[in-house]
Design a binder for this molecule. Structure first.
Ligand code: NI
Length: 131
């Protein structure tokens, strides 16, 4: 198996500034302040605590990629992002192991322009691959 390194836990939130404040109250430190991702129409911010990175994702408009998810699941963690040096290998292995891509590789402005792709498993739900 290609090495996958956990990069962050994606957290769906309705109100990003209030969520950020609440994570700060829990002892998290802001790593990257809120960035607007115009591809996905979401606001994104990263916080870190004890080596764990959390990504807050909030819809910036009604037609954002997470608006439907937020209505269904409310405020909740919803994906783990894995970093890889071998995107093709990791993608192939994941799809061989039951994951299906739910979008195409797309630049992530909040991650310094790295590419990400989302896949879903019928057993464990959504993962994100970052490369
Ligand atoms: Ni993410």
């Amino acid at each position: 198996m290609t090495t996958l390194k956990i990069h962050h836990i994606g957290y769906l939130v309705k109100k990003i500034e209030k969520a950020k404040k609440t994570f700060e109250d829990l002892g998290y430190q802001v790593e990257h302040d809120t960035v607007y991702d115009d591809i996905r129409k979401v606001d994104i911010c990263f916080l870190i605590k004890d080596g764990y990175r959390v990504e807050l994702v909030a819809p910036a408009s009604e037609d954002s990629v997470v608006s439907g998810l937020l209505k269904k699941y409310k405020n909740t963690p919803y994906h783990i992002c894995y970093e890889t040096d071998d995107a093709e290998g990791a993608y192939r292995e994941l799809t061989e192991n039951g994951f299906a891509a739910i979008d195409t590789p797309t630049p992530a402005p909040a991650l310094g322009g790295c590419n990400v792709v989302f896949l879903t498993s019928p057993v464990i739900g959504m993962v994100e691959l970052k490369y």
